[in-house]
Design a protein around this ligand. Structure first.
Ligand code: BES
Ligand code: MN
Ligand code: ZN
Length: 526
């Protein structure tokens, strides 16, 4: 999908499909001053036909509702107009706007025709504090590109339908005025969508194909494509390091575990401290000897979505050539029962030296992550963020709307909350107070790997907190947000938008810090 930004009168820009937004309740007597300026211009050009239709109730009140008009415009080449509802004018806000972006993007992804003019990117934003035209460009480009995602099963394409191929190839994004920030914003939106597509593709891939080895090969291919270093540690090397917790999970599986390390070095200054992203990569979680019930167990193929989001975010960082350093760590394994599998009551020694009593082999994510988090220390990180489909309890607590956030540093937590708001990929913080730690007491080791019935997401994070004392750390529990169930079952690509926004802000920070030195050096020479 190719985007062009145009700041011009919309009625002068022809395309196969025109997409305009409108408030269904601002129709009398004609399209009034409250309607978006671009929509008013188009309406005037069409002799008020749009306002007549809206007045007749053709556009529904719910934000995101669509109304299609065909063969409408005899003055230019357009054959089709898609009107998108912005909802009740008085209730307009970010939620309505996101809904309109989402449904219109979907409509374009399912459209026939080659070109489209998209007018939602020229919407007035005065009622959305803190949001500007660049933000809207980024969000729209991301939504439009993300809507074109199709799971690639890799199977031979045999279906010979007579239908013309779907999906618009070229989209003109309408802008109120040209600004240098806009092309970069579109590029960012595309990079985020491509990162999401990678994460979704890996999540959707069945567990017999998306193995730890496949994750490692994907990381290596990414490193090759974008020119960064990728290391893959095998079982022997992990044994040598002493990753006893990670390896205890891999015992029941015939698939070899992998510890994947991605080094993206975008900073000029090689000594710049990296952001370390750690992603849970359980390519299938049966629960192990503490076997899960059968219902919906197939969804445990998505238990590597943390790993997938690390790959997606790092792809976006590399594609945008962000001037920062990012290290990705992916402990990858299956969790299966077997004659050699870990058993409830087994005690293992983690890379940190702390011992763990495995009371439930289904609490395996934290066993992988604790060794990866200890390994992260060697990079002297700016901060560490782990991303994991860690607990079913986070879905009970928060549903499938925000990801759970817990952190040992309030400033980092605050930053992630802000990034979530801005990107629309939201998080909700839960407490990580020391009082919870005693729930992990064990009679036979330094800690147990489960904390009982109470506060599941917090005891899981409290376990991880014992391995993250050396740096600023945040934990994202994405068990509720990484995939959808039911008829729309599939990976969402979250939290790639959140992570990329976090990396974009770090890049802006280091950029803001750098020119000071540059300018003074130039002045000194002059
Ligand atoms: N991968 C699961 C978490 C999960 C469960 C995500 C259901 C999405 C839906 C994780 O490894 C797990 O099994 N967690 C256990 C922890 C418990 C044994 C303390 C859980 O949530 O039941
Ligand atoms: Mn589990
Ligand atoms: Zn799991």
């Amino acid at each position: 999908m190719q985007f062009t930004i145009k700041a011009a009168a919309p009625e002068k820009l022809g395309a196969d499909t025109l997409v305009f937004a409108a408030f269904p309740d601002q129709n009398k007597p004609a399209l009034q001053k409250n309607q978006p300026a671009a929509t008013r211009a188009m309406d005037a050009h069409l002799g008020g036909k749009l306002s007549v239709l809206i007045e007749r109730g053709a556009l529904k009140m719910a934000a995101g509702s669509l109304c299609e008009l065909h063969g409408f415009d005899e003055h230019n080449t357009c054959t089709r107009i898609v009107l998108v509802s912005l909802g009740k004018h008085a209730e307009f806000g970010e939620r309505a706007l996101r809904e309109a972006l989402r449904t219109s993007a979907r409509a374009l992804a399912d459209s026939v025709g080659k070109t489209a003019l998209y007018a939602l990117t020229a919407l007035e934003l005065d009622r959305l504090p803190g949001r500007d035209a660049a933000w809207l460009m980024q969000q729209a480009a991301c939504a439009l590109a993300n809507a074109t995602y199709r799971y690639d099963s890799g199977k031979a394409k045999t279906d010979k339908t007579d239908e013309p191929p779907k999906g618009i190839a070229r989209i003109t994004l309408l802008a109120t005025r040209a600004a240098p920030a806009l092309p970069r914003a579109v590029e960012q939106g595309q990079a985020i969508a491509e990162g999401m597509a990678l994460a979704r593709q890996l999540g959707d891939m069945p567990a017999n194909r998306c193995t730890p080895t496949h994750l490692a090969e994907t990381a290596q291919a990414l490193g090759k494509e974008f020119g960064f270093k990728v290391q893959v540690l095998k079982r022997k090397e992990m044994e040598g390091l002493g990753m006893g917790a990670l390896l205890s999970v891999a015992r029941g599986s015939h698939q070899p575990p992998k510890f994947i390390i991605l080094h993206y070095q975008g900073a000029k200054d090689a000594g710049q401290k990296p952001v370390v992203l750690v992603g849970k990569g359980v390519t299938f979680d049966s629960g192990g000897i503490s076997l899960k019930p059968g219902e919906a167990m197939d969804e445990m193929r998505f238990d590597m979505c943390g790993a997938a989001s690390v790959l997606g975010a790092m792809r976006a960082a590399a594609r945008l050539a962000l001037p920062i350093n990012v290290v990705g760590l992916i402990p990858a394994t299956e969790n299966l029962p077997g004659g050699n599998a870990s058993k409830p009551g087994d005690v293992v020694t983690s890379l940190s030296g702390q011992t763990i009593e495995i009371l439930n082999t289904d609490a395996e994510g934290r066993l992988l992550l604790c060794d990866a988090l200890t390994y992260a220390e060697r990079f002297q990180p700016e901060c560490v963020i782990d991303i994991a489909t860690l607990t079913g309890a986070i879905i009970i607590a928060l549903g499938k709307i925000p990801s759970g956030l817990m952190a040992n540093d309030d400033e980092l937590a605050r930053a992630l909350i802000d990034c979530g708001q801005y990107s629309g990929d939201r998080v909700w913080q839960m407490p990580l107070w020391p009082e919870y730690q005693e729930l992990l007491d064990s009679n036979f080791a330094d800690m147990a790997n489960i904390g009982g019935r109470f506060a599941g997401p917090i005891t899981a994070a409290s376990f991880l907190a014992r391995f993250t004392k050396a740096y600023r750390w945040a934990h994202l529990d994405i068990a509720g947000t990484a995939w959808l169930t039911g008829t729309s079952k599939g990976a969402t690509g979250r939290p790639v938008p959140l992570l990329v926004e976090f990396l974009l802000r770090r890049a802006a920070q280091v950029k803001a810090a750098r020119p000071v030195r540059k300018t003074s050096a130039r002045n000194a020479r002059a």
